[in-house]
Design a binder for this molecule. Structure first.
Ligand code: 13P
Ligand code: SF4
Length: 355
């Protein structure tokens, strides 16, 4: 017999919970029937992250998502994230079917770097090594010498500099400037930003730090330099997650997408996490620090895409071949310099409760 709800307000909540559980069960069954694995980013809905871990998939940053998808034996990869992540999965596993809950889920960095404009930029500087961030289209990657993610951009650019190379960088200008400052490399920067990280405010962060003097500040390097300058740790989503589990502090101010808080709180349940400010106290319009495109992924869309076996990522064979070179270079570098990146807490594939 079903338990009787204690108030009338509990009735819709209880119904919602039952619908959610039924949906999760159907999604679990469909993943198994379709020989599919769920590859999720830390910024998607908490229920998708939990489902990925419960079903043997992964919740990870963009570098780990790429490696996990490439190495997993499943014939179908379901990428819960944004389009460039699905495209990277397809480029690395052209024989697998790559599904996404919503193909419209894109990224402001990808939108801000059109392949034709980028090709003209490269044509003007043929002597430079072309390094692109993962957050770009397959067509842009097809023109690059190197792809990097926030996990490995620093050591790769430092290595290129040590070999005397000058660099053409695209598209995130904050990350580009941070790498330039850290490595001293000669870098020409494209001018695009992330709509989420660009909103964090240095002056407001200073005030918040005064109110919480014991809090450590964790910053994703897509944030403005005034925010990065105040960080106790700068790093990829995985590096920030690791910082929360490893650092002695009990309080953290976190400048990255709010979606990461779910996994952070699971890995470090006793710690207090605060969102870094995106505006002053009196502001009438305030960014929610959550990527609108990551938010397009939902359990219902996941179920629909597994049921209908689509939408599916399709790429031209020639683009796959040309884009693959720069991704393979990055993966080979990471494999041969294992100490240069921060591994996820609990190992390559994060496990629930493995802190
Ligand atoms: P990560 O490589 O750290 O996962 O970053 C991807 C991203 O889109 C951050 O906004
Ligand atoms: Fe792109 Fe920013 Fe969204 Fe990451 S958070 S996918 S960089 S828009």
């Amino acid at each position: 017999m079903n338990p009787v709800p204690s108030t009338t307000a509990d009735v819709p909540a209880a119904r919602e919970a039952r619908v959610g559980e039924a949906q999760r069960r159907r999604a679990r069954d469909l993943l198994a029937q379709r020989d599919a694995v769920l590859v999720a980013h830390y910024y998607v809905d908490a229920e998708l992250q939990d489902l990925a871990l419960e079903t043997g998939g992964c919740v990870a940053d963009s570098l780990e998502m790429a490696r996990f998808g490439r190495d997993h034996p499943a014939r179908t990869l379901v990428v819960a994230g944004v389009r460039f992540m699905g495209e990277t999965a397809k480029i690395l596993s052209p024989d697998k079917r790559v599904l996404m809950p919503d193909l419209e889920a894109t990224c402001s960095l990808d939108l801000g770097c059109r392949a034709e404009d980028f090709a003209r930029f490269c044509d003007r500087h043929p002597d430079r090594a072309v390094v692109v961030y993962a957050n770009t289209s397959a067509a842009v990657k097809a023109r690059a010498d190197w792809m990097v993610t926030s996990s490995c951009a620093l050591p790769i650019v430092a290595d290129l500099k040590a070999r005397g190379r000058r660099i053409l960088w695209a598209p995130d200008r904050h990350l580009g400037r941070y790498i330039q400052e850290q490595t001293g490399a000669d870098m020409l920067l494209w001018d695009a930003t992330c709509v989420v990280h660009d909103e964090f405010k240095g002056i407001e962060l200073e005030l918040m730090r005064h109110e919480h003097p014991r809090a450590k500040v964790l910053v994703h390097p897509e944030s403005p330099s005034s925010v990065i300058a105040q960080a106790d740790r700068v790093g990829s989503t995985t590096a920030l997650l690791r910082a929360v589990t490893e650092m002695e502090a009990d309080e953290f101010i976190v400048a990255t997408d709010a979606g990461l808080f779910h996994r952070m709180q699971q890995m470090a349940p006793g710690k207090t996490l605060m969102e870094a400010p995106t505006s002053g106290a009196g502001a009438t319009c305030k960014s929610c620090a959550h990527c609108p495109w990551m938010a397009m992924n939902s359990l219902s869309k996941l179920e629909q895409c597994l049921q209908g076996r689509g939408p599916v990522i399709e790429l031209d064979d020639d683009v796959i071949r040309r884009a693959r070179t720069c991704i393979d270079r990055m993966l080979d570098f990471v494999a041969t310099h294992p100490g240069s990146i921060t591994p996820a807490p609990g190992g390559f594939v994060p496990n629930l409760g493995a802190a």
